[in-house]
Design a protein around this ligand. Structure first.
Ligand code: FES
Ligand code: FES
Length: 159
């Protein structure tokens, strides 16, 4: 049965009429024109679908839209400034060539945003732990770790 779901996505309010069982990623990609989050495994095993809900990383492949009533969702599309200037995390990933095919990247960037919001000066171990649930089949993890360190420094104003 459909229900009315209200949430904000990247700061904009939305009201959707959907079955409460619909996974968030389908609402994002089919109804909200947000294509950053990717559907990989669909089983909370790869991290490609990770977005933030009230600042916390969630798997959008398994999170029911009905459980997100009133939440603030953040996706990759909300990171860059309206001027087009990249968010420091995006810029750091670009600077370090921290992606190959890019399929995993949206989830990793959003996970990094959540990490740095809580821990502005993460150790390498903190970063590895945070990214542990994210698969990258291209093997770009070493560059990603350096990108997270660089983004952390930039956000602290230490670069
Ligand atoms: S698609 Fe959600 S964790 Fe893989
Ligand atoms: S860059 Fe290809 S899966 Fe990570």
């Amino acid at each position: 049965m459909k229900m009315s779901i209200r949430l904000t996505v990247n700061g904009s309010p939305h009201s959707l009429e959907l079955s409460e069982e619909v996974p968030l990623i389908f609402a994002l990609r089919n109804d909200l024109d947000c294509h950053g989050a990717k559907l990989g495994c669909g089983l909370e095993q790869c991290g490609a679908c990770v977005v933030l809900a009230d600042g916390e990383p969630i798997y959008s492949c398994t999170t029911r839209i009905g459980d997100l009533q009133g939440k603030a969702i953040e996706t990759l599309e909300g990171l860059a400034a309206e001027s087009g200037e990249l968010h420091p995390i995006q810029q750091a990933f670009l600077n370090h060539n921290a992606a190959q095919c890019g399929f995993c990247l949206s989830g990793i960037v959003m996970r990094t945003k959540a990490l740095l919001a809580k821990n502005p000066k993460p150790s390498r171990q903190d970063i590895c732990q945070a990214l542990d649930g994210h698969l990258c089949r291209c093997g770009a993890q070493p560059r990603m770790i350096r990108a997270v360190e660089s983004a952390a420094a930039r956000l602290r104003g230490a670069s």
